[in-house]
Design a protein around this ligand. Structure first.
Ligand code: ATP
Length: 222
C-alpha cells in the first residue's frame, strides 16, 4: 500500500453547531460510511466570517458537540478554531491540520450543499483544493445543479468533480466528491426558532443535547 493510502482519509466537519442537531449527525454518519473515512474531526467555529455570529458562547457549543458525539469513536471534537483568537477561516484550519497530519494524509472537508454553493465567497477559497478534498452532501431543498453555482465555482466543479470515492484515499487533496445522505430536514436556526417559541424539538436533537439546553436555559428556555 502506498504511503498515502496507508491511513484512511480524515473527515472534517466545521460549523457553528448552535446547536448541533441530528442533521449534522446524519451527515457525519453517512460520510464516514460512504466515503470510508477513518475519523471525522468536528470543529466548531469561533467567529465565522461568512455569517451572523452565533448567539451561544463557543464553550457551550463545544460542550453540546462533545455530548452529541460521545458514543461514536470515529467522531472527535477539535477545538482548534475556538482556541485561535481570530476569524475562523477554513483555509487556516486546513493549513493547521496539514501541519499536524502531514502532506500525505488525505483530508476531506465535508460540506452540506448550501455551504458548498457559497464556497467562492470564502477567504482564499481556491487554496482549499490544494489542502483537502471537498465532499458535498445533498440536503433537502438543495441540489447540485450547474445553474445554482456561481460561474467561478462551476469552473472548479467541472475541473475537480470525481465521483470515485477511492480517489479520496489515493490522493491527499484536490477532488470534489458528491455523496448522497439520508435527508434529515432540520437546521439549527429552525431549532432555535422553535425553542424560542417554547415548541418541542425532541426528535431533532440527541437527548443529551436536549438535556444540556434545558439545564443551561439556552435559546430562551426558562
Ligand atoms: P444554521 O441554521 O444556524 O445556519 P445549520 O443547521 O446549517 O445552522 P451549521 O453548523 O451552520 O448548521 O452547519 C454545519 C454544516 O452542516 C454545513 O456544512 C451544513 O451545510 C451542514 N448541515 C446543516 N444542517 C444539515 C442537515 N440537516 N443535513 C445535512 N447537512 C447539514
Amino acid at each position: 500500500m502506498s504511503e498515502v493510502g496507508a491511513t484512511a482519509p480524515l473527515g472534517i466537519l466545521g460549523g457553528t453547531f448552535d446547536p448541533v442537531h441530528k442533521g449534522h449527525l446524519q451527515l457525519a454518519a453517512d460520510a464516514c460510511k460512504k466515503l470510508e473515512l477513518g475519523q471525522i474531526l468536528w470543529i466548531p467555529s469561533a467567529n465565522p466570517p461568512h455569517r451572523d455570529q452565533p448567539g451561544t458562547p463557543a464553550a457551550q457549543r463545544l460542550a453540546m458537540v462533545a455530548l452529541a458525539i460521545r458514543r461514536q469513536t470515529q467522531f472527535v471534537l477539535d477545538d482548534c478554531e475556538v482556541r485561535r483568537n481570530e476569524p475562523s477561516y477554513t483555509v487556516v484550519t486546513l493549513e493547521d491540520l496539514r501541519s499536524r497530519h502531514g502532506n500525505q494524509r488525505p483530508l476531506v472537508l465535508l460540506l452540506g450543499i448550501d455551504a458548498f454553493l457559497g464556497l467562492h465567497t470564502w477567504h482564499r477559497w481556491r487554496e482549499l483544493f490544494s489542502l483537502a478534498h471537498i465532499a458535498v452532501a445533498t440536503r433537502p431543498g438543495f441540489s447540485l445543479q450547474a445553474d445554482d453555482m456561481a460561474p467561478e465555482l462551476h469552473v472548479e466543479f467541472e475541473k475537480r468533480l470525481d465521483p470515485a470515492v477511492k480517489t479520496l484515499a489515493t490522493q491527499a487533496a484536490g477532488s470534489i466528491v458528491p455523496f448522497a445522505i439520508t435527508p434529515v430536514d432540520v437546521s439549527a436556526s429552525d431549532v432555535r426558532h422553535r425553542l424560542s417559541k417554547g415548541e418541542k424539538v425532541a426528535n431533532l436533537l440527541p437527548d443529551a443535547v436536549l438535556d444540556y439546553i434545558a439545564a443551561n436555559h439556552l435559546y430562551a428556555q426558562n
